[in-house]
Ligand binder design. Structure first.
Ligand SMILES: Cc1cc2nc3c(=O)[nH]c(=O)nc-3n(C[C@H](O)[C@H](O)[C@H](O)COP(=O)(O)O)c2cc1C
Length: 347
């Protein structure tokens, strides 16, 4: 199955602000394939985002959902809360309640049954056979984000139509099924997670499903390399973060465009789940202490991140970015799609 867009260029779903209906529609209207990011939204907000996107484009687009995570050890979360309390005192905010939730998974599936879209992609886990079948009955294709051969096998077994193969270069959360390592050290997790080209090769051995390659792609040449490695399309997140239509905050955009931080780090410090972002002060200071506890830590740190972003303080919020972040450009999304598609054709 190939995507129905003119170009094999996919705008990654980017929950938490960067994804907007205007971005998804601009990508679709320029011949790429856009996603509505369903993560963190209520089902009512997801409905509004789908309807707003439909008002701006007649092209097909996908919706992305987070598969619910297991509940975590609240003792570890409390210890982490004590560690980061001085950050809250400094910003004069109260830390969030470290609650577990399922991100309204069932309500969003009900919505997508009554308001079907072309494709639903999942991250953070494998949907069940019955979820895949419900979407298929609604006429919707299903993609699953995978980071290893084992995960690809599971996604194939549940009846997925496509794999979004995510390499370690990727910005944002790792889409792995288990946030399972007990390591609290970002250097160790990096060793357990595969770069994109190696992941595509490994996964090709165990699944015949079409693969969308994602992670660290910023240029037409980068896209061509991943397409030549067997992907049917490439999915780019960071490349769209400073697009005119993106909802990325000014604090976040500036940190990227001025190269305020030298590097990226894969850390659980912000959300309790490993994610790659700019190595700002919060990431570096709290990386070692953060437990595996998503979404509890996400809710715990949310008020801190929001207050710092509003105050223009880039040292505290999560600034997700892939390894290619230095090549990010501030342009209309259509120009990014056109440039990368032309470069991909040229090879
Ligand atoms: C700010 C940001 C938010 C993201 N949010 C999501 C998300 O909601 N769902 C998802 O499946 N992937 C998400 N991702 C990961 C992307 O799907 C994709 O794998 C990643 O952006 C690829 O790497 P790149 O950023 O180097 O292009 C996000 C990435 C970024 C940078």
């Amino acid at each position: 199955m190939n995507l129905p867009s003119e170009f094999p260029i996919v705008q990654a779903p980017m929950a938490g602000g960067p994804s907007t209906p205007a971005l998804t529609a601009a990508v679709a209207n320029a011949g790429g394939y856009g996603f509505v990011a369903g993560g963190y939204l209520t089902s009512e907000a997801l409905r509004a985002a789908i309807e707003a996107t439909r008002a701006l484009t007649s092209g097909p687009f996908g919706v992305n959902l987070f598969v619910p995570s297991a509940r975590s050890d609240l003792v570890e979360v409390s210890a982490y809360a004590a560690t980061i309390q001085p950050e809250a005192d400094r910003l004069q905010v109260t830390l969030g309640e470290p609650r577990w939730d399922d991100d309204a998974f069932d309500a969003k599936l009900d919505l997508l049954e009554s308001l079907p879209v072309h494709l639903v992609s999942f991250t953070f886990g494998c949907p069940s056979v019955s979820v895949v079948q419900r979407l298929h009955r609604a006429g919707t294709q299903v993609a699953v984000t995978v980071t290893s051969a084992r995960e690809a096998r599971l996604a194939t077994e549940v009846g997925a139509d496509l794999l979004a193969v995510q390499g370690t270069e990727a910005g944002g959360h790792q889409g792995s099924f288990a946030n399972s390592t007990n390591s609290a050290n970002s250097a160790e997790i990096a060793a357990n997670y595969t770069p994109l080209l190696a992941a595509l090769a490994e996964i090709r051995e165990v699944s015949a499903l079409p693969m969308i390659g994602t992670g660290g792609i910023m240029t037409g040449h980068g896209a061509a390399t991943v397409l030549a490695a067997g992907a049917v399309a490439v999915q780019l997140g960071t490349a769209f973060l400073c697009a005119a239509e993106a909802g990325t905050s000014p604090t976040y955009r500036q940190a990227l465009l001025t190269a305020r931080y030298a590097d990226t780090i894969v850390t659980r410090a912000f959300s309790g789940r490993y994610a790659r972002g700019l190595a700002n002060r919060f990431a570096l200071e709290h990386d070692r202490h953060a437990p595996q506890a998503y979404p509890e830590v996400h809710h715990l740190t949310r008020p801190l991140r929001a207050a710092a972003t509003a105050a223009g303080d880039a040292d505290v919020p999560n600034l997700w970015a892939g390894l290619g972040w230095r090549q990010v450009t501030a342009e209309p999304a259509a120009d990014i799609v056109t440039r990368i598609a032309a470069g991909a054709r040229a090879g």
